[in-house]
Design a binder for this molecule. Structure first.
Ligand code: CA2
Length: 154
């Protein structure tokens, strides 16, 4: 059975490539997801992609991921929570509730070089690791990190 990686994106990331190119580049979310699927295949993993603008839908997806992780189907999650990074104790609790499932937090922009309100993350304390500021390449770097650290050869 091919194990899976979930690439999870939060609010407004469906707008990627359509606005704010100076901050987030020209690549659309569909292109990012296609790159993640191709990269997963090269790494020997299946990739599921999910984006929602709703906090509750992201929480439900994390709960479902926890079940798949416990069943050995899912390796872990690459998660860009968007602005919910800076506000959501509920997402923090959801990830904490899944205990050993690794979640790599990923941000396209370098949040630490931006406004002060982006410097705090509720996700970082419960993340396995963080990839910040490498543009959309960060999603692929985060997948590499998951596989290197938690994959069967890791
Ligand atoms: O750098 C990142 O990946 C962020 O997670 C992106 C969030 C932002 O609130 C975080 O502080 C950092 C914003 C996502 C919105 O993405 C857009 C893309 C194109 C046009 C408008 C918004």
């Amino acid at each position: 059975m091919t194990r899976q990686i979930l690439v999870l994106n939060g609010p407004n990331l469906n707008l990627l490539g359509t606005r704010e190119p100076a901050q987030y580049g020209h690549t659309t979310l569909a292109d990012v997801e296609a790159q993640c699927r191709a990269h997963g295949q090269a790494l020997g993993y299946g990739v599921e992609c999910f984006q929602s603008n709703w906090e509750g839908a992201l929480i439900d997806k994390i709960h479902e991921s926890g079940r798949l992780f416990r069943e050995g189907v899912l390796l872990g999650v690459v998660f860009n929570p968007g602005a919910l990074t800076h506000t959501s104790i509920a997402l923090h609790d959801a990830i904490k509730g899944v205990e050993t499932m690794p979640v790599v937090e990923c941000h396209i922009s370098n949040v630490h070089a931006r406004e002060a309100f982006r410097h705090h993350s509720w996700i970082s304390p419960v993340a396995a690791g963080i990839v910040v500021g490498f543009g959309i390449e960060g999603y692929l770097i985060a997948m590499d990190a998951l596989v290197r650290k938690f994959g069967s050869a890791g």
